[in-house]
Design a protein around this ligand. Structure first.
Ligand code: THG
Length: 367
């Protein structure tokens, strides 16, 4: 296999030295930055994530910062989720849509103060869209990418490890809330969130200097908890139905097609630039939607292009992510399925690179 050539354009992170020392075996590129994908093996990493605690370099979850009197107004222009009830200290998962209602990103919004927000982005260059809106509407707000690098602590033993480094009060942080916690005299945002359903935290590390000291402190404090370097795990995230922007959805999809309707309040999200378009499509409802799909038979190969989903000789959807699940002893997948075949229990065929496989469509994910 050819290698990806490294250069300054493919950004390292404050934790890259620790990731390398831990023996990282694979990377992907996310927001023009290195994101580890495997340490021991994807399956070993998966079992360990469900049993112990892992430290994840997710610095590639870059922040788009909004700062100024119009920050809240700008944030509401970006998303159909109603933000009026959101308080400083809260995080919201927010679909971001363009003027056609197409998904531009699916970040976590972090409300630091009325006039200061972070948008913790998935893999698309959202900064330019946000700057364009701010400039075009002459808003009184600064938009930039600060030097903030999230470090995730994920797994069932996260609370114990975090309490050892940040004190017992970190246990009181509720899901999708954050607090300010000190490490070596610096105040850091610590949220209970993360890209797994095994529980855990995300530490928003400010600048480069604290990166390795924090990494090392967590590794040291968690020795008897079997702490290990980890990363977002393909198997766990498919079982959990955590979507991957650019893989499972693009700007061709509305939030409703992505199953993110529960994060939309399009009627009351006044100011959202995609509101009219979404009100139009939401009236009819989507005609295709994200679904969990079980692909029967042996382990499937990596899914690096759409796999057609067929009903006889008619295409009724596509698979965008798939992998073998050791815990469920079958192949788990995420796909976009037409409404005629999206009911739970519908039998379909998936055209994989290794041939046609029988598959079953479901409505709820595994984890
Ligand atoms: N954390 C932070 N930034 C991120 C991610 C993250 N940026 C990139 C990427 N992940 C954005 N995508 C997601 C997708 C799912 C979730 C968070 C970010 C998520 N979803 C839960 C769910 O769907 O069950 C909870 C949503 C809720 O109840 O509000 O956590 O992981 N900082």
């Amino acid at each position: 296999m050819a290698q990806i050539s490294l250069s300054r354009r493919l950004r390292r992170t404050p934790f890259s030295a620790g990731v390398e020392a831990a023996g990282v075996k694979g990377y992907t590129v996310y927001n023009h930055m290195l994101l580890p994908t495997v340490f021991r093996s994807v399956q070993e990493d998966y079992h360990h994530l469900k049993e112990a605690v892992q430290i994840w370099d997710v610095a590639c979850e870059r922040q788009v910062e909004l700062r100024g009197p119009d920050a809240g107004r700008l944030m509401q222009m970006l998303t159909p989720r109603d933000l009026r009830g959101m308080l400083p200290g809260q995080c919201y998962y927010v679909p971001i849509v363009d003027e056609t209602g197409g998904m531009l990103n699916d970040p976590v919004a972090v409300k630091l103060a009325e006039d200061r927000w972070w948008i913790s982005i998935a893999d698309s260059d959202l900064l330019y869209w946000v700057k364009g809106i701010a400039y075009g509407y002459r808003l009184d707000v600064l938009v930039d990418e600060p030097d903030i690098s999230p470090l995730a602590v994920q797994g069932p033993k996260s609370d114990e490890l975090m309490a050892r480094v940040f004190g017992d009060s970190v246990r009181d942080v509720r899901f999708f809330r954050f607090g300010w916690f000190q490490f070596q005299g610096r105040d850091l945002v610590v949220a209970r969130s993360g890209y797994s359903k095994q529980g855990g935290f995300e530490i928003y590390v400010d600048g480069e200097e604290t990166g390795m000291p924090l990494w090392n402190a967590l590794m040291e404090a968690g020795k008897d908890l079997d702490v290990h370097a980890g990363c977002p795990n393909l198997i766990e995230r498919i079982e959990s139905g955590l979507l991957s922007y650019g893989n499972d959805m693009t700007d061709d999809n509305t939030p409703h097609e992505c199953g993110l309707g529960r994060f939309c309040n399009t009627h009351t999200a006044i100011g959202c630039v995609g509101r009219d378009a979404l009100l139009r499509v939401a009236k009819e409802g989507p005609v295709r939607q994200i679904r969990p799909i079980e692909i029967h038979g042996d382990a499937v190969p990596p899914c690096d292009r759409f796999w057609p989903v067929m009903a006889g000789d008619r295409q009724v959807g596509r698979v965008s992510s798939a992998t073998w699940s050791p815990d469920y002893n079958t192949n788990v997948a995420i796909g976009m399925i037409r409404m005629t075949h999206w009911d739970a229990g519908t039998e379909v065929d998936v055209i994989t690179p290794q041939g046609v496989r029988a598959a079953t469509v479901y409505e709820t994910f595994w984890n």
